[in-house]
Design a protein around this ligand. Structure first.
Ligand code: GDP
Ligand code: IMO
Ligand code: MG
Length: 424
């Protein structure tokens, strides 16, 4: 296991943080390649709970070099706060490396994110309002400001001033807001330069060297496959590529460097924010999933939407990412149900679908076709071997494997490090 991608196979919050933490035990490097502090990755170690938004989850192991690569967008204040929180809790962050090419989330990005959502009204995406979309918009418009610009105050001020000419027109004339002040922003941001300086480097080279030296590298996705800007449920997506392709562009490595692609999936399904969700349960069963699974967003505290596992969507994730394995999380939550449903196809507008539909109108009208499996109604949180799982739980897992033609090599039965079954 040299270079392994860990990514979300659903709509995010699958448990990627705990999975990366698991693999970090034997890893040298953990790399975030896309997204920003819209992510919220939880790791539970005994009584301690860590919620990480920007720092790779490998940071909890002192032997791991955490890397924030070029494809990410960084809010420097939020990142420095997170590092301070970690240091206060006794976690060393000195090994952290940040790409000089990563883009900065600026105060006007956060403002635009919030205002644009308000203007969308009923059609809003339900973003995390961290400025992710506007920061990536500027990146692709080639008007973004990058981490390296912090170390050249003249360039930083020039780029900022130029950017604000346009931003302030939009803020004042389109959205009826007060303009933002370049000097104020420059003073704040240039003030972060000194603190960030020791971490900043060419992370593409760093990761390449690690892989070349046979080191073990884990890539940690933010968000999930169905939130991918190209392959997700557009426009109800994030503004990056949380899929396997995003690892390559976001880190600056080639496909041959990758050995394994692990898709993290809950044993059921959740989504936070708006957009289509064919297996969503708006009844008591859904409420129970949310209560038992503590399905509330790490970043925004919002109640997540919940429903049965959708293997059509998961098959799509297997294909889009070339998944080599599934890491199935939160199986313990399903212990509460007498029977368990799995969506194996859809009907929509009079037609039947076995592949994830590309057409938004079709997707919006999807009604799930379910297979019903027996529940096990036994506490499995102390189970540590696959053979010790109730036979109905094994049947459920094998049904998923059969549907996906992909092995579920790891299954977790609780949030703690050791609440885990490994099958290889
Ligand atoms: P991420 O964004 O993909 O890292 O996932 P989140 O941290 O946002 O959400 C996953 C939540 O489920 C966290 O609160 C985890 O502590 C918790 N969790 C992870 N695995 C399990 C599991 O197997 N069982 C239970 N009950 N909770 C889990
Ligand atoms: P992790 O890494 C779940 C969702 C938001 C919204 C959409 C766009 O913890 O799995 P954005 O702020 O990115 O522009 O919001 O994407 N979203 C997430 N949902 N988990 C996440 O991250 C998410 N990051 C963004 O709720 O629907
Ligand atoms: Mg999360």
């Amino acid at each position: 296991m040299t270079a392994t991608i860990v990514l979300g196979a659903q709509w995010g919050d699958e448990g990627k943080g705990r999975v990366v933490d698991h693999f970090s035990k034997n890893a040298d490097m953990a790399v975030r390649f896309q997204g920003g502090n819209n992510a919220g990755h939880t790791i539970v170690i005994g009584e301690e709970k860590f919620a990480l938004s920007m720092t790779p989850s490998g940071v909890l192991y002192p032997h791991v070099t955490p890397v924030i690569a070029s494809g990410t967008v960084i809010d420097p204040k939020a990142l420095l706060n997170e590092l301070a929180m970690l240091n206060e809790r006794g976690i060393t962050t000195s090994k952290l490396r940040i790409s000089s090419n990563a883009h900065l989330i600026m105060p006007y990005h956060r403002k635009m994110d919030a205002i644009q959502e308000r203007y969308l009204g009923r059609n809003q995406i339900g973003t995390t309002k961290k400025g992710i979309g506007p920061a990536y918009t500027d990146k692709f418009a080639r008007s973004g400001i990058r981490v390296q610009d912090l170390f050249d105050p003249k360039i930083f001020r020039d780029k900022l001033t130029l950017s604000l000419v346009e931003k302030n027109k939009i803020l004042t004339r389109v959205y009826n807001q007060l303009p933002m002040d370049a000097d104020e922003i420059a003073t704040e941001y240039l003030g972060y330069a000194e603190q960030l300086m020791p971490f900043v480097t060419d992370t593409s080279l760093l990761v390449w060297e690690a892989i070349n030296d046979g080191k073990t590298v884990v890539f940690e996705g933010g968000q999930g496959t169905l939130l991918d800007v190209d392959h997700g449920t557009y426009p109800f997506v994030t503004s990056s590529n949380p899929t396997a392709g995003g690892v390559l562009t976001g880190t600056g490595i080639g496909p041959k460097a990758i050995d394994e692609v692990i898709g993290v999936s809950k044993a059921y399904l959740t989504r936070v924010g708006t957009g289509p969700f064919p297996t969503e349960l708006l009844d008591e069963t859904g409420d129970r999933m949310i209560d038992l699974g503590h399905e509330y967003g790490v970043v925004t505290g919002r109640r997540r939407r919940a429903g049965w596992l959708d293997v059509v969507a998961l098959r799509y994730a297997v294909r889009i990412n070339s998944l080599t394995s599934i890491f199935l999380t939160k199986l313990d939550i399903l212990s509460a149900f007498d029977e368990i449903k799995v969506c194996v196809g859809y009907t929509s507008l009079g037609e039947q679908y076995s592949e994830f539909p590309r057409q938004q109108r079709v997707l919006y009208n999807c009604q799930p076709i379910y297979e019903t499996l027996p529940g096990w109604r036994t506490d499995i949180t102390d189970t540590r071997a696959y053979v010790d799982l109730p036979k109905e739980a094994q049947q459920y897992i094998e049904f998923i494997e059969d549907q996906l033609r992909t092995p579920c090599d790891w299954i977790s039965v609780g949030p703690e490090r050791e609440q885990l079954l490994t099958r290889r």
